[in-house]
Write a protein that binds this ligand. Sequence first.
Ligand code: FAD
Length: 401
Amino acid sequence: MDGIVIIGAGEAGTRAAFALREAGFAGSVTLAGTEPHLPYERPPLSKPLNGAVQMKPICGAAALQAAGIDYLQGVSALRLDPAARSVALSDGRRLAYDKLLLATGARPRRLTCPGAERALDFRTYADAAAIFSRAESGKGVAIIGGGLIGMELAAVLRGKGITVSVIEAAPKPLGRAVPPRFATKLHARHQQEGVAFHLGQGIAEITDNAVRLADGSAVPADVVVAAIGVLPDVGLAEAAGLATGNGILTDAFLRTSDPAIFAAGDCAAVAQPGGGHVRFESWRNARNQAETAARNMAGGKEAFAAIPWFWTDQYDLGLQVAGLPQLDHQSVTRQLDGGELEFYLDGGRLVAAAGLGLGNALAKDIKLAEMLIAAGIGPDPAVLADPGANLKALLKSARAA
Ligand SMILES: Cc1cc2nc3c(=O)[nH]c(=O)nc-3n(C[C@H](O)[C@H](O)[C@H](O)COP(=O)(O)OP(=O)(O)OC[C@H]3O[C@@H](n4cnc5c(N)ncnc54)[C@H](O)[C@@H]3O)c2cc1C
């Protein structure tokens, strides 16, 4: 019995290691991770407490030991040999496995313009420490990319009194994952807070003290951060001959094209019931997929079917999105004291919901909305819009029906 080897000690890899034990797996579990730390959470990196970067461990060394997880800290997997069921590690060892989980995550997409090497990435604790140690009051920071990570960073830096410019190729920030209503509101809040936006702009060059835009103008910057998205880390899988696309391709059970190898988290593109593969980049998805993959590696046969969910915190606002809102969905807005909710219906069926409010004010409503989505109901839009209509009661009657 060679046991289970997990490559990548981020959210997905670490959660999978513990979930294997929770599923009753008694064989050996080895967790190998490139980074020189105990496993840690990434979301707190862009939500520092009192301006200081947070290293929030996913677990301590004692918990790993108690669960009998052999954690290889600072050790990379260099090569997979699916035929021999073995993996070569950077410490010179070769590990044999019965089953292997690829939880290699994603790495930042790189700029290609002249001076691109001057831009800092924002993915790891080391990246966050580098950004926050260089970004001090009185300095100007240019963030290239107005997605979730770039905008969270902008909010944190404005909170420290730092001059912030956001440069975005699209005509609006937050266009990819955030419903337009809330993207507009968050954009307006950033403008109120003094963030300077340069939208619809390509980058010509990054110099020592500025970002030169395609239209010839210059954005002064002492520090430049590139937040232009991530690419799934598929290198090991590709070299081993596994099927890849926008991620490591898996079936609904999170098995790759080699039935002894599974994938989960930001690196995995999972087969969908209607065809095609979908890859998510969110904290909860990484955990949920890790748990499903672990149970399946331990002998289960469970299709992955969680409703996508993510959150972002910017200034004192919290946004949560459950499901996948699309522009062609019917949207219904509900105004609440602490913010507002938007529900999305497809052919009359509730398929997604989002809420923007102060802090965590709408967390309960989004949780209920998630349960309503899972129940597959087709509610009356007037009821969804009515702040007096109780979502819990709606859920109860949906379940009773
Ligand atoms: C700054 C920041 C803020 C975020 N905020 C939010 C948020 O508010 N809400 C939200 O839902 N999501 C957020 N996310 C996204 C979320 O953190 C990720 O979706 C999640 O961490 C993905 O987990 P993962 O384990 O799949 O990948 P990762 O966290 O990328 O972990 C993969 C690990 O595998 C290691 N690895 C790769 N190749 C090898 C190899 N060959 N050998 C050994 N180890 C290897 C990597 O070094 C890495 O440590 C944020 C991400 C960042 C960077």
